[in-house]
Ligand binder design. Structure first.
Ligand SMILES: O=P(O)(O)OC[C@H]1O[C@H](OP(=O)(O)OP(=O)(O)O)[C@H](O)[C@@H]1O
Ligand code: HPA
Length: 181
């Protein structure tokens, strides 16, 4: 069973949902008076679980859009090259963008995507990431809404994968070392 591959649980379902409710309240408060449309942009595939839980905690009329970006392949460190596999569906000029991501690790993906978003002339862009691993940062990324700062461990579950597996675990954890062997 998939659970047997986990060495330890780092964030339980309850801990994740409590933090997501807090982030949703904060975003609702910050955006409640804006006049322009708000676009929640999910960065797939990793952000899928966080995205669907977070938007349900934002009590405002938001639009959905998604990008698919990939740079990790099957390993535990970035290839350094970000591939955009799916672009935004909408013209976001003059709109408020809330970028929703699962993790900022080296910062490579978000550094690349932030430049890309700003070129599309939105009214504002803010980043909401469930996790941040500052010890691994190679390029600076400003996170406006951050769930948890995590230590330098490779995490799986709740959207996060190792070689495309473990995304469907309902919690976030660390794999047993023999799984990487
Ligand atoms: O800060 P970085 O070092 O760039 O790492 C963060 C990125 O890595 C993961 O994506 P990945 O490329 O594994 O694709 P995925 O979302 O499909 O898992 C994660 O979802 C982030 O987008
Ligand atoms: O710790 C991680 N786990 C899964 N995917 C990731 N992408 C960047 N860091 C991670």
């Amino acid at each position: 069973m998939m659970n047997d591959d986990i060495e330890k649980v780092v964030y339980s379902e309850e801990t994740l949902q409590a933090k997501i409710a807090e982030l949703g309240r904060q975003i609702t408060e910050d955006y409640k008076d804006v006049k322009e449309e708000i676009f929640c942009v999910g960065i797939l595939k990793g952000a899928v679980m966080f995205y669907t839980d977070l938007v349900r905690q934002i009590d405002l009329p938001v639009h959905f859009d998604f990008m698919i970006a990939s740079s990790y392949g099957n390993g535990t460190s970035t290839s350094g090259t970000v591939k955009i596999l799916k672009d935004l569906d909408y013209d976001v000029e003059g709109k408020h963008l809330i970028i929703i991501e699962d993790i900022i690790d080296s910062g490579t993906t978000m550094n690349y995507l932030m430049k890309y978003f700003k070129e599309r002339k939105p009214k504002s862009v803010k980043l909401c990431s469930l996790l941040s691993k500052p010890s691994r940062r190679v390029v600076d990324v400003n996170i406006d809404y951050c769930g948890f700062e995590v230590p330098d461990e490779f995490l799986v579950g709740y959207g996060l994968d190792y070689a495309e597996v473990y995304r469907n675990l309902p919690y976030i954890g660390v794999l047993k070392p023999e799984i990487y062997a």
